[in-house]
Design a protein. Structure first.
Length: 85
């Protein structure tokens, strides 16, 4: 008996193509998300989030201009405080 590796590869491909055809395509289902009233209330803008947004935009502009400076000592101090707790 002679073994032909290409024939087994061909049989594998036929089997895989057959499996793809058998899978039903259910395009009628769609994902749906429901947001509770509490979550909607939480999404509303607050003075803190507005200030945060302004700060982020200011920093983005500084980074783009190349004028943003990292305070290495301050970063190191914050890391030390965090990991010392």
């Amino acid at each position: 008996m002679k073994i032909n590796p290409m024939q087994s590869l061909h049989a594998y491909r036929q089997q895989m193509n057959g499996n793809e055809r058998e899978k039903p395509v259910n395009s009628a289902k769609k994902d749906e998300v429901q947001i509770s009233a509490e979550a909607k209330k939480m999404q509303e803008s607050t003075p803190f989030s507005q200030a945060r947004t302004e700060k982020v935009e200011r920093i983005k502009q500084q980074v783009e201009d190349g004028s943003y400076e990292i305070k290495h000592q301050e970063v190191a101090r914050k890391f030390y405080e965090y990991w010392s707790e």
